[in-house]
Design a protein around this ligand. Structure first.
Ligand code: GLN
Length: 379
């Protein structure tokens, strides 16, 4: 009777990582790198800790880091954010998403999400009394039917949550998608929460289209990004939210009572490290090599490769191997073949199983080689 989230269990990422550990399986489930971040970045952290920066940061974050973020966004998307009044440093992307939803969603508000959806959106909306409306994108293309999305919009729609590039499908939004979105929100007060944590992991020369590139979207958007993904430090839990001042003011009202501020020496180290743009501009190529290595390795197997335009996740189909549900198959793959993955059904409220699993390729060469070897044995 006291549970506010009675339908929610432990996240699939924790479940699969635990199963991987129990079975000494290669963990391609939870999305995190198994290699070290750059030592230069680690040295900066040590430097600032020893120099005495060990107390609270200002509540919105260290100004030096916010200036570097504004510079990065300006260079990448020609969008202008005022570092102090329009950027907030958060404890990772997840806290930014939680805070944005907490700040704007009231009982009865409707929020549109796209599935397969990252797992934190829906429970957070429900925690604040919001109602989730879903559009299901489906294999193999995960296309969005914008007429159907328009059909989900009502007087009560308060927010649309985007995840671009999309975790887990690896799909990125095209110009035509953005134009449809602009048409849908025009003359409404709908806010956009845009989870773009994989913005710097986009392949084949394709361009990441951030909401902040488009003035009609920027004015109503909370843009979320993450240093965990950018610099291979998911455990540091530092990210940010960029939004126009009127939205940031509301965001910060919640943020100050949620975490108040986040890790001071790490913010300083990130700011120092970001001065060299090469540190994040090289990410596309770095992960494209890993993606291609995994795809090449799996090409000769019975697994089917879906497109991967961005993120560090490869979606694969297994209908030639098994007719089990994806959850059962992922479990068996971990226990018997020692490779852990994430079943796509966990990203759908309807538990839609289209025989697709997600493999994380943010891994060392040896890890990927071993995984390919194990997966090649299935047919
Ligand atoms: N973002 C990571 C993923 O998609 C997981 C983060 C988490 O474990 N909550 O796998």
């Amino acid at each position: 009777p006291f549970s506010k989230l009675s339908n929610v269990g432990t996240t699939i990422f924790s479940q699969m990582t635990q199963l991987a550990n129990e079975n000494q399986a290669i963990n391609l489930s939870q999305g995190f790198p198994d290699f070290m971040p750059d030592t230069e970045l680690l040295d900066h952290v040590e430097h600032f800790i020893r120099k005495g920066f060990n107390q609270y940061a200002p509540l919105g974050g260290m100004i030096g880091l916010k200036e570097e973020i504004a510079r990065k966004i300006g260079n990448s998307h020609q969008a202008d954010y005022h570092p102090d009044s329009e950027i907030t440093i958060t404890a990772g992307g997840t806290q930014a998403i939680f805070t944005a939803i907490a700040a704007f969603i009231k009982k009865g508000d409707e929020v549109i999400i796209f599935e397969p959806a990252y797992d934190c959106y829906e429970p957070t909306v429900e925690l604040f009394g919001g109602i989730v409306k879903r559009f299901e994108m489906k294999a193999p293309d995960y296309e969005i039917d914008w007429n159907a999305v328009k059909g989900l919009v009502s007087e009560k729609t308060r927010m649309i949550i985007l995840n671009n590039p999309n975790n887990p499908s690896g799909k990125i939004l095209q110009e035509k998608d953005i134009q449809e979105l602009i048409r849908i929100v025009k003359d409404t007060s709908i806010l956009i929460l845009s989870d773009e944590v994989y913005e710097n992991i986009v392949f084949d020369g394709k361009q990441h289209l951030s909401v902040c590139k488009y003035p009609e979207l920027k004015e109503r958007s909370l843009l979320v990004a993450s240093f965990g993904k950018l610099f291979h430090v998911t455990g540091w839990k530092v990210g940010y939210c960029a939004a126009p001042k009127n939205l940031t003011d509301e965001f910060k009202k919640v943020h100050q009572f949620n975490v108040f501020c986040v890790n001071t020496p790490i913010q300083l180290a990130l700011a120092e490290y970001m001065k060299n743009e090469g540190h994040y501009n090289s990410l596309n190529g770095f992960f494209q090599e890993k993606r291609d290595f995994l795809r090449k390795g799996l090409a000769g197997t019975s697994f089917g490769l879906l497109d991967c335009e961005g993120t560090y996740f490869q979606a694969v189909t297994y209908d030639k191997i098994s007719d089990k549900s994806d959850f059962e198959f992922a479990r068996e793959l971990t226990v018997t073949h020692k490779v852990a993955s994430v079943p796509f059904s966990s990203f759908y409220n309807s538990k839609l199983s289209e025989n697709v699993i997600r493999l994380c390729f943010a891994k060392k060469q040896e890890t990927l080689e071993q995984a390919i070897e194990n997966l090649s044995k299935l047919s």
